[in-house]
Design a protein around this ligand. Structure first.
Ligand code: MEV
Length: 289
């Protein structure tokens, strides 16, 4: 029996712009998914297509038990975390000796297959390696570790990543004169943030501007803007939606002494608040028991 876990992620900056080859900054977060895999003569019935695909692609048989601190379909990369933790546990239980790079690559292929072609390598990479990651066209690079406290607010409004990506694509096609400069501005925000991550006040301001642009691109949602405005009013340095938008989660960056107050205000808006920081471990082995 082998138990492994893998973290979720948030986009700090650059979601949607990354689809057009622009850079983005993603961060692994503390909440994670725990997966126990046990060898068996047959593969037990699995409801999740991600799990079935992990066993099929690794060509092994057995059973799996999952415990998650991440809400699924909330934009926090829970499917990638499940996939990476499962592949890592299979790798250990069956002694397959796959490297982390191989696990991340296999995880991406599985996400792509299950999501019918719609997956970015960001979620699986961040979940495997942890940390802060600069995502650009064909590469992902870990940034130096730093303590970046953030607050996540989950609107609980279901969203559809494919629909949101299509909405931006339609605007790029129908109104390039408007949409392109917005995507270029997100790139400029990401590049400025990259050199200012230690200045929480500036990071907050950049988040505010990034949120306004994502709203202008049509991927906002009243429930997200409500939380973003409430967080700012409670003293956050800044806030924005994170991930695909249209529902799902927002993030805020706050002065450390105000984080509980901002979390309280988010909860008072009927949203789930999580105070967290960067996870630097990525996929890791847990003690069985
Ligand atoms: C979704 O979490 C982020 C998007 O940029 C899509 C992607 O990067 O695959 C909207």
């Amino acid at each position: 029996m082998a138990t492994w876990s893998a973290p979720g992620k948030v986009f700090l900056f650059g979601e949607h712009a990354v689809v057009y080859g622009k850079p983005g900054i993603a961060m692994a977060i503390k909440p994670r998914v725990y997966v126990t895999v046990r060898k068996g003569r047959r593969t037990s019935e699995m409801k999740s297509a991600y799990l079935r695909e992990c066993f099929r692609q690794m060509d092994v048989k057995g059973s799996v038990y999952i415990r998650s601190q991440l809400t699924s379909a909330s934009g926090l990369g829970s499917s990638a975390a499940v996939t990476i933790a499962t592949l890592s546990a299979i790798n250990d239980e069956f002694g397959l000796s796959k490297s982390k790079e191989e696990i991340a690559r296999a995880g991406f292929e599985i996400e792509k297959k299950v999501q019918m072609g719609l997956a970015s390598p960001t979620d699986t990479y961040v979940s495997t390696f942890g940390g802060l990651v600069l995502v650009s066209q064909d590469s992902r690079r870990r940034l130096p570790p730093m303590n970046l406290p953030i607050l996540i607010g989950n609107t609980g409004v279901p969203h559809n990543t494919g629909q949101m990506v299509s909405r931006v694509r339609d605007m790029m096609r129908d109104h390039p004169g408007i949409a392109r400069p917005l995507i270029d501005a997100i790139e400029a925000i990401t590049m400025e943030a990259l050199h200012s991550l230690e200045d929480l006040r500036k990071v907050g301001w950049l988040m505010d501007v990034n949120h306004a642009i994502l709203d202008a691109l049509g991927v906002g949602h009243p429930s997200l803007t409500r939380l973003v405005v409430a967080a700012r009013a409670a003293g956050a340095f800044g806030a924005k939606l994170t991930g695909a938008g249209g529902g799902g989660c927002m993030i805020a960056i706050c002065p450390p002494r105000l984080k509980n107050r901002v979390a309280g205000v988010i909860s008072a808006c009927d949203a789930a608040a999580t105070i967290t920081t960067v996870d630097t471990d990525g996929a890791r082995k847990e003690r069985n028991g």
